[in-house]
Design a protein around this ligand. Structure first.
Ligand SMILES: *Cc1c(COP(=O)(O)O)cnc(C)c1O
Length: 453
């Protein structure tokens, strides 16, 4: 039996999969916050190229991956599928565990899968510059790389506190040619207003989003780009799951359970949506489990309501599981999972009982990540440890029940830029965080005014 299952470059899937074509209940439309009417393409045109707006609302099942995008994907794709034999042995489980390793990409995570596609469509439509926000730096790095490939300028608004605390992420973005601004910055009205009130503001993702959107809206040759949540982003990530389907075919195994961490939902969607098609089309019963941090539990404790995608309230209202756009999660190390809402597609699927969600505590996740590192030799990103935690739970259940199920999970990134998190863990500085009901209710009460009549 092979440890690693590789596809050749010519076997790379030629299409992305659009789950909207197969969903029993289609997602509700995004609404304009002023009129509470569905937003049209013209509302989004200042920010996104038309092809991405079309993809956002498309009901076509498959979208062809452009040749130029496939060529760039070849720098790191197809990514390996690995049988976690050493982890299986350590757990003494009858389950088979496979992981898809997305850490081989230029930024060390799954995010370039959509960054390259987005940069391509912007280039096609003559866009000269793309603006975006980044928190810890994963998305900024991915987009910087993608823009560099197409000769597009890239302005990254990086949350001030990360800008100061994560110098190495900043440095990678620089090597890819991006301009990086600490947010709040003096470039925008939004940034200047914040600095006026508080010259030493740490910034937030919400402020950085506002700055990036403002710059794109004000310049004809500039657009904005988002690294998760939106339908087209999730669709671009389905290359992950489609590769897994081909790779698992080569082993003769088929997943009973698929596990991935969920921040906005893109890597979870990427690995699980192509398999959900087997549930929809062939009546298979694959369980797809999204794992969120207990400190930011929108799926397990949030509500399904219309809410803004950002803190400042610049985006359309999206129907999603949310903790409220003013929710401030604790400073856990899995920065990519600290988002108040879940993508519309994942939210609708959860509401309809077609996927599952669990919440995991930070310390248990780091323990799981260390066991994985000791057995399989890859230090996982703090986000990815959430999936590993749940995989271990499932493998132990299989042992108790005497079942040899096949478990597949997304190792969505490596942790080589998150070593501070591991240092804090070893120093005993990490805590578990719990969100109180009071905290939850305050933020959710603010949502009532946003709901359509
Ligand atoms: C950004 C990120 C996430 C969370 O985003 P999703 O859209 O939910 O995938 C998870 N893991 C890593 C490594 C990330 O960089």
């Amino acid at each position: 039996m092979d440890k690693k299952i590789y596809l050749s470059e010519s076997e790379m899937p030629a299409h992305w999969y659009n789950i909207i074509a197969d969903m029993p209940n289609k997602p509700l439309p995004p609404l304009h916050p002023g009129t509470k009417q569905p937003v049209g393409p013209e509302d989004l045109a200042p920010l996104f190229p038309m092809e991405l707006i079309k993809q956002e609302v498309s009901t076509e099942r498959y979208h062809e991956i452009p040749d130029q995008v496939r060529e760039i994907y070849k720098l790191w794709r197809p990514t390996p599928l690995v049988r976690a034999t050493a982890l299986e042995k350590a757990l003494d489980t009858p389950a088979k565990i496979y992981f898809k390793y997305e850490g081989t990409s230029p930024s060390g995570s799954h995010k370039p899968n959509t960054a390259v596609a987005q940069a391509y469509y912007n280039k096609q439509e003559g866009v000269r510059k793309i603006t975006t926000e980044t928190g810890a730096g994963q998305w900024g790095t991915a987009l910087s790389f993608a823009c560099q490939q197409f000769g597009i300028e890239c302005d990254v608004y990086m949350v001030r506190i990360s800008y100061d605390q994560k110098p190495y992420r900043k440095m990678i973005m620089k090597t890819f040619g991006a301009n990086i601004f600490a947010s709040p910055s003096r470039n925008t009205n939004a940034g200047r207003a914040i600095l006026e009130a508080d010259p030493h503001s740490n910034g937030s993702l919400g402020i950085a989003i506002s700055e990036a959107i403002e710059m794109a809206a004000q310049h004809d040759d500039t657009k904005y780009s988002l690294g998760s949540v939106l339908n087209h982003v999730l669709m671009h990530q389905t290359i992950i799951g489609q590769e897994c389907i081909k790779q698992l075919e080569m082993t003769g195994d088929f997943p009973d359970v698929i596990v991935a961490p969920l921040g906005g939902g893109s890597n979870f969607a990427g690995i699980s949506f192509p398999f959900l098609r087997y549930n929809f089309a062939e009546g298979k019963k694959i369980r797809c489990v999204a794992v969120e941090p207990a400190s930011c539990p929108k799926l397990t404790r949030g509500v399904f309501k219309y809410d803004f995608g950002d803190t400042a309230g610049y985006t359309p209202l999206l129907p999603m599981y949310t903790l409220g756009h003013n929710f401030m999660p604790d400073a856990i190390h899995a920065g990519g999972l600290r988002y108040h809402g879940a993508s519309v597609l994942c939210s609708q699927l959860l509401k309809d009982g077609l996927i599952e969600a669990v919440a995991a505590q930070q310390l248990e996740c780091f323990e799981a990540g260390l066991l994985f590192s000791k057995t399989e030799g890859i230090l996982p990103a703090p986000e990815a440890t959430h999936a590993i935690y749940q995989v271990i739970e499932e493998a132990r259940r299989c042992k108790r029940e005497g079942k040899s199920e096949t478990i597949l999970f997304n190792l969505c990134g490596h942790g080589f830029f998150d070593l501070q998190a591991y240092e804090d863990y070893f120093a005993g500085k990490l805590m578990n965080h719990h969100m109180s009901d009071a905290q939850l209710h305050t933020n959710l009460a603010e949502l009532e005014a946003l709901q359509p009549a």
